[in-house]
Design a protein around this ligand. Structure first.
Ligand code: NDP
Ligand code: 2IT
Length: 442
């Protein structure tokens, strides 16, 4: 039986995981054919099987005194090049398929950064929306009361993702410290006052724009005056918009799970500050933007991909941009799509981007800035030191340049077109695969 059929049979009820595997296999399997050592050591069969999956009960008591039960997960995918590393997602859609796809992507992404980090991902089907701070704290404490025994600064270092930001990281860190009686770097994305790195909150969004700048350099162009559509309004989206504005681009959309705003005049730094306050402090909905800025429009239940732009940055969630959306973007003249989110484009959308030979950068390359600065946070924690923001930002820049170079090296096609997806898949794979061969059959 061929590898893909075998993986499909083994993971029949995991569509997102299979989608991620298919997209990687498209480039890796031909590469393996040309490099038979990877076939002999069954590297593809092994990297698609998690080293370990932990599933656990998370009971907690809500403000009304009622007992609630959620499900917690940690997928420890691959530790060939370093401790497991990857975020925690709290969202009702979380299940094993979603976390396995994220952990699989994370393994290749972390390898691309050049830092010594393996791949992992975890989370829960807990929905932080509408919960009080006390409820979120009780949930986080219960979650960590089980997770603590499976993580460690040399074993597995989680971070944030959808629904997990500084507040949740703080509650989980506090509980870990209390149980283990130890102050150590077991999570990244911590507050600056207690071991967090400067630039970590900004890193994913900034890194996304730094990557676009690297592409523009190859074209002798820059971001000045370009129109950008962004989806999402969370951590990644906010800092992608901030950096875009700093670079002189015009961002015209942002979204949440209810709809999107279109501000034809452009979202300014002041308007972005309103959104950040709305999302992070008031925990409100994006449609409130038009109460403040009535010249903008709000489209309930819609996505921003029919708005004309030069660059599209999907920064919300997986499969938020389908084939029709991809076609609309291309018809409207969009030339660059860089994924702030993980796997936001469906397989059909990716095929359309590649056929049109636009610059399409998959999440594992475009959004790697976040985990890269997480890696730098681990380094600073090991040193018991904190670098200034200029130093972290400079290293982030260097890492993104390196990822771009890797994509170009492995992604150049015969006609000279750079297939960033191919470059990222092969570039991420090689280091992990070689490390696995060195370490024997484990
Ligand atoms: P946040 O929780 O801060 O924000 C998520 C945003 O996406 C919100 O605007 C949210 O809207 C929207 N969203 C979430 N789920 C859905 C959905 N099912 N449909 C439509 N919109 C949705 O998360 P982040 O910004 O941290 O993460 C966004 C993406 O970036 C994810 O794919 C994540 O895996 C990826 N990523 C994050 C990194 C990080 O450092 N944080 C690093 C690399 C990638 P609403 O408020 O309505 O739910
Ligand atoms: O998808 C991702 O790369 C993240 N959510 C960040 C992971 C991390 O460990 O910082």
């Amino acid at each position: 039986m061929d590898i893909i059929t075998l993986i499909e049979q083994k993971n029949q009820s995991e569509p997102e995981f299979l989608q991620a595997v298919h997209e990687v296999a498209e480039h890796i399997l031909p590469y393996i054919e040309k490099n038979p050592k990877y076939k002999k050591y069954k590297i593809f069969e092994r990297i698609t099987e998690p080293e370990r999956v932990i599933i656990f009960r998370v009971p907690w008591v809500d403000d009304a005194g009622e007992i609630q039960i959620n499900r917690g997960f940690r997928v420890q995918m691959n530790s060939a090049i370093g401790p497991y590393k990857g975020g925690l997602r709290f969202h009702p859609s979380v299940n094993l398929s979603v976390l396995k796809f994220l952990a699989f992507e994370q393994t290749l992404k972390n390898s691309l950064t050049g830092l010594p980090m393996g791949g992992g991902k975890g989370g829960s089907d807990f929905d932080p929306k509408g919960k009080s701070d006390n409820e979120v704290m009780r949930f986080c404490q219960s979650f960590m009361t089980e997770l603590y025994r499976h993580i460690g600064s040399n074993l597995d270092v989680p971070a944030g993702d959808i629904g997990v930001g500084k507040r949740e990281i703080g509650f989980m860190f506090g509980q870990y410290k209390r149980i283990q009686n130890e102050f150590t770097g077991i999570l990244t994305g911590k507050g600056f006052e207690w071991g967090g790195s400067r630039i970590r909150p900004e890193a994913t969004g900034y890194g996304l724009i730094y990557f676009i700048q690297e592409i523009f350099k190859t074209q002798g162009d820059n971001l000045e005056g370009k129109t950008i559509t962004v989806s999402g309004s969370g951590n990644v989206a906010q800092f992608a918009v901030e950096k875009s504005i700093q670079c002189g681009a015009k961002v015209v959309t942002m979204s949440d799970s209810n709809g999107f705003i279109y501000d034809a005049a452009g979202i300014t730094a002041e308007k972005l500050a309103f959104i950040t306050e709305l999302k992070e402090v008031k925990r409100g909905r994006l449609k409130e933007y038009i109460d403040q800025y009535p010249e903008a429009q709000y489209f309930e239940g819609q996505k921003p991909w029919n708005i004309k732009c030069d660059i599209a940055l999907p920064c919300a969630t997986q499969n938020e941009l389908n084939g029709d959306d991809a076609q609309k973007l291309i018809d409207n003249g969009c030339k660059y799509v860089a994924e702030g989110a993980n796997m936001p484009s469906t397989s059909e959308a990716v095929a359309i981007f590649n056929a049109a030979k636009i610059f399409y950068v998959p999440g594992k390359a475009a959004n790697a800035g976040g985990v890269a600065v997480s890696g730098l946070e681990m380094t600073q924690n090991s040193l018991r030191y904190a670098w200034f923001k200029e130093k972290v930002d400079d290293r982030l820049h260097t890492i993104i340049k390196g990822i771009h170079e890797t994509c170009v090296r492995y992604g150049r096609e015969e006609d000279g077109h750079i297939n960033y997806e191919k470059g990222a898949n092969i570039g991420g794979f090689v280091k992990v695969a070689d490390a696995m061969i060195d370490q024997g059959i484990v």
